[in-house]
Design a protein around this ligand. Structure first.
Ligand code: GDP
Ligand code: IMO
Ligand code: MG
Length: 429
């Protein structure tokens, strides 16, 4: 299996970082294909805790070449700080490769992200305010700056000047905010360029060559299926394509080169920011998910919203991404619950939905229909095989497989690498 797309099957924070890190021992390349430093991936290795935002979660393995693909947007200051932080922990970033076509997050993107959110008031999206939306907006409107622009000073200055004509007007006239000069930005960014020069490459041909050579390539998604700009809960989404289709576009390979697609889903669900969330809990069970699961954002520290596992969403993720495998994470958190609920359908205005309603208003006010299963109430963090799990936990996993229509080939029972059960997932040996 030379190529795998690994992505979030819910609203992000499913534990993708942990699973990517674990699987990376088998892979030659780990390539991020979308998003930027809105992502926050926690990877725990022994007594070390890495919080990665931009660098692919495979970086910790020396056998891996980490790649930041053309579909990503980069805040260069954050990237350099992250490289320094990771290297200070003893992990070399020398092998990191960054696409020359990746777009840059500029200072005005961050300002506009925050200003737009303030303007939306109570209708805000709840973005990470990292400038992600405005950077992708400029990419699509053909006003963006790419990594390669940094290496032609006159082009860089020309493009920044052109962008500032419009950006400064918006900043000052619409939002009453300070403006930028081209010189100010060039001074800052051209220093970053010198530092990052050794990492820049045309990554598309490189990944194609790797696949031709039967190297193993993992395409690492950030965010999640329901945060996808097309397939998520628009407008409460991120501005890129975390779904499987984003992987070829965001790295420069063809879709026929993908062998398997692994969806990572929590044994319950969390969401950060605004937007519909049918199984969201506002009671003691909701608080328990936050407390036991330590559900606070890696990037913004915000308390996550939490609720029961939603099998309707899981089925949707299987469909939109063509999932071949599911990985259920944080199963250990369910040990705290005497009975466990699974949402198997929604009700809205007398109608029952077993698939995600086509109209978002119905999704917004959908009432979940739950199935209840007995819990297991014992610690499972030491379990290393499916058979070691209590029968109630096995039954829960079997039911999730039945509802999703794909096998659960991996199960995580704790944040550490070894707290993982391989349940049929294809590995290299
Ligand atoms: P990502 O954005 O999908 O990589 O997920 P985050 O890193 O933002 O959030 C997942 C959190 O859950 C991290 O703190 C992980 O260390 C932790 N985690 C991952 N898998 C498990 C698991 O199976 N059990 C528990 N208890 N924690 C886990
Ligand atoms: P990882 O990779 C969870 C959410 C934000 C907001 C919406 C838009 O760690 O799973 P943006 O800043 O992207 O314009 O915000 O998307 N969001 C995430 N939620 N995990 C993430 O990444 C997220 N990245 C963005 O909270 O609701
Ligand atoms: Mg996260």
């Amino acid at each position: 299996m030379p190529s795998l797309v690994l992505l979030g099957a819910q609203w992000g924070d499913e534990g993708k970082g942990k699973i990517t890190d674990l699987l990376s021992r088998d892979y030659d390349y780990v390539a991020r294909y979308q998003g930027g430093n809105n992502a926050g991936h926690t990877v725990i290795v022994g007594d070390k805790k890495f919080q990665l935002h931009l660098i692919p979660s495979g970086v910790i393995h020396e056998n891996v070449t980490p790649v930041i693909g053309n579909g990503c947007v980069l805040d260069l200051k954050v990237l350099i700080e992250e490289i320094d932080r990771v290297e200070a922990e003893g992990v070399s970033c020398e092998r990191l490769i960054i696409s020359s076509n990746a777009h840059l997050i500029m200072p005005y993107h961050r300002d506009l992200d925050a200003a737009h959110e303030r303007r939306l008031g109570e209708n805000l999206i709840g973005t990470t305010r990292r400038g992600i939306g405005p950077a992708y907006q400029d990419k699509i409107s053909r006003m963006g700056l790419r990594m390669q622009d940094l290496f032609d000073r006159s082009i860089f200055k020309q493009k920044v000047s052109a962008a500032l004509i419009e950006k400064n007007d918006i900043l000052s006239k619409v939002y009453d905010l300070p403006t930028y000069t081209m010189e100010q930005i060039a001074e800052e960014y051209l220093v970053y360029a010198e530092r990052l020069k050794p990492y820049i490459k045309d990554t598309g041909p490189m990944l194609n060559d790797a696949l031709d050579a039967q190297d193993w390539v993992l395409f690492e998604g950030a965010q999640g299926t329901l945060l996808d700009i097309d397939h998520g809960t628009y407008p409460f989404v991120t501005s890129s394509s975390p779904t499987a289709g984003g992987a070829p576009v965001g790295t420069g390979i063809g879709p026929t080169r993908i062998d398997r697609v692994l969806g990572v889903a929590k044994a319950y669900i969390t969401r950060v920011g605004s937007g519909p969330f049918p199984t969201e809990l506002f009671d003691a069970d909701g608080d328990k998910f936050i407390d036991v699961g330590h559900e606070y954002g890696t990037t913004t520290g915000r308390r996550r919203r939490a609720g029961w596992y939603d099998a309707v969403i899981a089925k949707y993720a299987v469909q939109v991404n063509g999932l071949t495998d599911l990985c259920i994470t944080k199963l250990d958190v369910l040990s705290a619950f005497p009975t466990i609920k699974i949402c198997v359908a929604y009700e809205h205005l007398g109608q029952t939905y077993t698939t995600v309603p086509g109209h978002q208003s119905a999704f917004h006010s959908a009432i979940p229909v739950y199935e209840e299963m007995p819990g297991w109430n014992v610690d499972i963090t030491h379990c290393r095989s499916f058979e070691e799990l209590p029968v109630e936990a096995q039954n829960y996993i079997h039911r999730l497989e039945e509802l999703a229509g794909v096998p659960v080939t991996m199960i995580a029972v704790g944040p550490e690498r070894e707290q993982t059960i391989f349940n049929g997932f294809v590995t290299r040996d």
